[in-house]
Design a protein around this ligand. Sequence first.
Ligand code: IMP
Length: 426
Amino acid sequence: MAGENLAVIGAQWGDEGKGKIVDLLCDDFDVVARFQGGHNAGHTVKFANKHYALRLIPSGIIHPGKLCLLGNGMVIDPVALLEEIDSLRKLGVQIDDNLKISDAAHVILPYHRALDLAREEAAGAAKIGTTGRGIGPAYETKVSRYGIRVADLLDPAVLREKIEFACAEKNPVLQTVYGKDTFDPATIFDDYLRHGETMAHRITNGTLWINEKIRSGKRVMFEGAQGTMLDVDHGTYPFVTSSSCIVGGVSTGLGVAPKHIGRVLGVAKAYTTRVGGGAFPTELTDQTGEHLRKRGNEFGTVTGRPRRTGWLDLAVLRTATMLNGLDAIALTKLDVLDDFAEIPICTSYNVRGERWKTFPAFAVAHDNYKPEYRVMKGWKTPTAGITAFDKLPAAAKDYIRFIEDETGSPITIVSTGPRREETIVR
Ligand code: IMP
């Protein structure tokens, strides 16, 4: 994929291992930019004896000399960002002029978080299972046109007015509808003005900044967060996040024209996981699911929640290939399947007698669709740490080729362990 910009997009429900893949490909790029989401994301990068947990900051930050941008399509909690900068610095990561923040990104404020938590609590069994970080309410305020943008943190008069306006509306909702504590606008103003001052030297016109980089021939990697099936328009609504996780989000979330996006790499786990509620046709709620969770260490990096686990779903991958125009797939965590004698793959759904090869939009409302499986032979041999395709057992090669045939996307990267070095590049 030389000579072009590249978007790295989650092809399932998030947690596909995008952080590792972005980190792996970083050497070929000058800039790494996030275009949506916030600190609901949790990207883990393991290298040598170090373990980096990234939430808001692109994985490129670990590489000296790479420039990183938090794009206008993101929602940014300044407290979380400043904490993340501190903890990365403690691990020896240099963060100075290499991290920029778009002045048009939106700010997550304490009342967003409180509303997120209060709504989830009130929804009971119908809750979305959000990360509780205030993501949905922050995007909601953005779209309602009363949000606070990063640039507003630098203008005391505007900031004060907007915080007072927001508190006048959110406080009664928190108190009367949900029976929760309210927020003092003066305290929020003092805190967020201070956060603005701390971040001021990083705040820039992100759209101009990235387009100038592209015009001057710098190569950009667009780092997606969450995954295709969590996209607010195309995912399993309403059990989705509140941003555009698919490649289309790159254009609106950074102000980069589609013709500059270049190639698109989808990242998919060799099986499927999801956190939170919502449709999951291939879910395993039995011992096999528990075994997958243990072997794959499937616990959320942000919230520590156990992830739901299940077999690979080709209807999901075909949908991701279509929505993102995937040029290739990076298949992660192949080694987690090493000890299964048989590995079923969902090839389609039976929807009231009809065969569906992509994800049905109505799947959330109706559960009368049944996954149809093809059972693949397991390889029962360790693949952990293998770095050459030829060294893989025949059954693992068959598994990979079957996915390629069914999705029409070549699998150019296979990850066989959490470390950067545990990777096959074809
Ligand atoms: P929110 O983004 O916190 O509003 O959560 C909405 C849904 O997206 C929930 O099901 C979350 O578990 C899921 N979600 C959000 N961020 C991630 C992520 O980074 N990985 C996996 N799931 C996520």
